[in-house]
Design a protein around this ligand. Structure first.
Ligand SMILES: [Fe+2]
Ligand SMILES: [Fe+2]
Length: 259
């Protein structure tokens, strides 16, 4: 089972405690690889917009402390999405790209819809909503590495991921003591009945659908038109914004694949 890095917790705690920008910049700066990766993400079109930053302090000033901490968590998360099994490697890669684009897309949509105050929460919710898929991929990897006679068809892998990931994700995040708002999104992002007042959940559900419609997911299936979704109606999203969301997603994937 993947472990949520303790350093990410510590940084989150510092942010909650209202620490200074210099202190956080110094802590991140102690890890050179982390610094480079965070700066790379901070300068990617997917996360920042037009401003370029060259130091962690700059990044915090321009993007805000919460967003930079999210990028730190993102960097740690990326390290977990690896697989030694050739067949599962593709699933792991798609699961990572899906998590990343859902995170960035959810942050973008939150701001676009006028919910800027929850944009960083939307990012983290998007990043973690399908973490159960990673748990399941790691479990399948362990089974196949212990027994070389076990072969997994795409149909079986797809079925396991699709049916079990919400509960698995919820349990893992609960074990990591992630705040319940995020755990509940992992649990409820595919439920037929959902809270239409929970904007965070609605935003992640819309972006999740949009990614899947573009084929950006480890387990794809038939997807309804975005404009037909009850989540889109609950958030009152117009067709122009839906088109912009689609463009944001496609450009984001292009950027990521190029990197
Ligand atoms: Fe999902
Ligand atoms: Fe998803």
């Amino acid at each position: 089972m993947p472990v949520f890095p303790e350093a990410a917790f510590e940084l989150q705690q510092l942010a909650t405690d209202g620490t200074s920008i210099d202190h956080v910049a110094k802590l991140i700066g102690m890890d050179q690889a982390l610094t480079l990766q965070v700066l790379k993400m901070a300068n990617s079109a997917l996360f920042s917009g037009s401003h370029k930053v060259s130091t962690i302090r700059d990044a915090v000033m321009r993007l805000g402390l919460d967003h930079v901490l999210n990028l730190v968590i993102c960097t740690y998360q990326q390290g977990l999405y690896k697989s030694s099994n050739l067949k599962l490697r593709n699933y792991t890669y798609m699961a990572w790209i899906h998590a990343l684009i859902t995170a960035a897309g959810s942050r973008w949509l939150a701001r676009e819809l006028g919910y800027a105050e929850i944009r960083d929460k939307a990012f983290l919710s998007g990043l973690l909503h399908d973490i159960g898929k990673l748990v399941l991929i790691k479990a399948l990897e362990a089974i196949t590495s212990k027994n070389s006679k076990v072969t997994l068809s795409d149909e079986i892998i797809g079925k396991i991921l699709a049916t079990l990931h919400s509960e698995e994700g919820y349990m893992l995040m609960d074990e990591w003591s992630i705040p319940s708002a995020y755990c509940n999104i992992a649990l409820e992002h595919h439920k037929q009945e959902f809270d239409t007042e929970n904007h965070l959940l609605l935003i992640v559900r819309v972006v999740n659908h949009a990614c899947k419609r573009e084929g950006i997911s480890a387990s794809n299936g038939e997807q309804p038109l975005l404009s037909d979704l009850p989540e889109v109606k609950a958030l009152d999203i117009d067709s122009d914004t839906l088109d912009k969301l689609d463009n944001f997603i496609l450009e984001g994937v292009e950027t990521e694949i190029r990197i």
